[in-house]
Design a protein around this ligand. Structure first.
Ligand code: HEM
Length: 473
């Protein structure tokens, strides 16, 4: 009797799931689905990027997949991504999870506007942000000088430096590279970058009934709790030591703003949001910049060094304005971002209302994956699609130009909020290090392995570099 009921129940579940995952009318095409799993069996657990490319070739630039019973739409190529994220920006501006980066709504809007203004006031485009980056560079230089004649693993150094730069903007402090707190924060961020967008995160999103099971995605929540445990006392310290109206950093600005809005019943500003939001910014600003820089170490060239020497002459440091006189260095940095493909699937979006893209109907609440990887290597958009070619960003006169398909920060209202800071970091760090050092692949290290490690960020496999002072070369 019990067995019959169980089988009947199983059959009904099967039936419901099958019906639910049947593609709606005029929905983008895609491979057929399995009950419960949807298309998860079509994707490699280690790195689904190749599978996504295979599916693009078969179904076109807009196709659909099911994660469990949940539909998602993959957007590939400049045309589809621009139509959705730019032309219909607000219709595609939602986020599937409210935990990591707020969904579209007043909370996101107000916080995004506040964060952009605050980052600008802390010197984006002005001197003081440059000073923070140049200040951190002194520690990177010291680390590299200690390694002259031997080899060094740049991964740890770049992660620590990127974390320190954004940490100074947010909390007004930095840490020594072997400080425990620093190591713990970077560990949590790098682990979560691998978990987010990965298969376990997709399963978490699409099969709610497994959310309470002891599966690997729990690690992400443990890591968030660890970082919160570190950041909340910092915020409490700020509350004790701040002088209202004289902010020292982002947290002080937020507390000022919270006070200003205290009487507004609809305010979205609160201490809970602050601790989560500052963590989002810290996370978003660490693994991204550092993994781009890690790719850079492969790409340095003598021509960059000649241009840097010519422009800086006897000056002791570079400034962000110098980029206008360094078209080749600019081209190298942009090509490095294209090749690094640091955030290959962007951060997932959600549709906020029923909409359309490239003639297909997309219902409200559909998970959208903007495949930035497909744009950064899209045939027809680049002079050279494969390999490392700074010429992609130079015109016939040798001036720097930025093709439309350069979208490592995504596009539209949800595009990277830290683009200004990231561009300044990439320029100042690359120029300062190339001016002073030569980075050499150690003879005994074998051939470099360019296979990246997949996650919300793509990471080069850990490697060691030999460091030489340029004068000594
Ligand atoms: C090379 C470095 C970086 C790259 C390649 C990068 C790339 C991206 C991408 C692709 C997105 C998703 C945009 C979308 O959903 O359409 C994003 C979002 C975001 N990034 Fe960055 N990012 C970088 C550095 C930074 C830095 C330094 C910060 C710190 C201030 C930052 C803060 C953010 C935030 C807060 C969001 C979410 C924006 C929102 O939901 O409104 N990023 N980034």
């Amino acid at each position: 009797m019990f067995v019959s009921f169980f089988l009947l129940w199983l059959f009904i579940c099967f039936f419901i799931v099958q019906i639910k995952s049947r593609r709606p009318k005029n929905f983008p095409p895609g491979p057929s689905t399995l009950p419960m799993l949807g298309n998860l069996h079509n994707l490699s657990l280690d790195n689904p990027l190749r599978d996504f490319e295979r599916l693009r070739k078969k179904y076109g630039n807009v196709y659909s997949l099911y994660l469990g019973s949940k539909p998602m739409v993959m957007l590939c190529g400049v045309q589809a991504i621009k139509e959705a994220l730019v032309n219909k920006g607000l219709e595609f501006a939602g986020r599937p999870r409210t935990l990591i980066l707020a969904d579209y709504g007043p909370k996101w809007k107000e916080h995004r506007r506040f964060a952009l203004t605050t980052l600008r006031n802390f010197g984006l485009g002005k001197q003081s942000m440059e000073d923070r980056i140049l200040g951190e560079l002194q520690y990177i230089i010291a680390d590299l000088e200690n390694s002259i004649g031997s080899t060094l693993c740049p991964q740890v150094m770049f992660h620590n430096a990127s974390s320190n730069i954004i940490c100074q903007v947010l909390f007004g402090m930095r840490f020594d590279y072997n400080n425990w707190t620093m190591k713990e924060i970077v560990r949590c961020f790098t682990e979560n970058a691998k978990l987010a967008n990965g298969p376990w995160a997709m399963l978490y999103d699409s099969v709610p009934m497994i959310r309470h099971l002891p599966l690997p995605f729990n690690k992400a929540f443990t890591n968030i709790a660890i970082c919160q445990g570190i950041a909340v006392p910092w915020i409490n310290d700020h509350k004790k030591t701040r002088v209202p109206g004289q902010p020292r950093d982002f947290v002080d600005c937020y507390l000022d703003e919270m006070e200003k809005r205290r009487k507004d019943p609809s305010t979205t500003f609160s201490e809970d949001v602050l601790s989560m939001y500052s963590l989002d910014l810290h996370f978003a600003g660490t693994d991204t910049t550092s993994n781009t820089l890690l790719t850079a170490a492969f790409c340095s060239s003598e021509r960059c060094q000649e241009e840097i020497d010519r422009v800086l002459e006897e000056r002791d440091k570079a400034c962000f304005e110098d980029r206008h006189n360094m078209p080749y260095v600019q081209a190298v940095i942009h090509e490095m971002q294209r090749v690094a493909n640091t955030v290959p699937l962007s951060v997932f979006h959600n549709t906020t209302k029923d909409t359309e893209v490239m003639g297909y109907t997309i219902p409200k609440g559909t998970l959208i994956i903007p495949n930035l990887s497909s744009v950064l290597s899209e045939e027809g958009q680049w002079k050279f699609t494969h390999g490392f070619h700074p010429e992609n960003f130079l015109n016939d006169q040798g001036d720097f130009v930025k093709p439309e398909a350069f979208m490592p920060f995504s596009a539209g209202p949800r595009m990277c909020l830290g683009e200004g800071l990231a561009r300044m970091e990439l320029f100042l760090i690359t120029v300062t290090l190339l001016r002073k050092f030569r980075f050499i692949w150690p003879e005994d290290a074998g051939e470099p392995d360019y296979t990246p490690v997949y996650g919300v960020t793509l990471t080069p496999k850990p490697y060691r570099m030999k460091v030489q002072l340029r004068e000594a070369s």
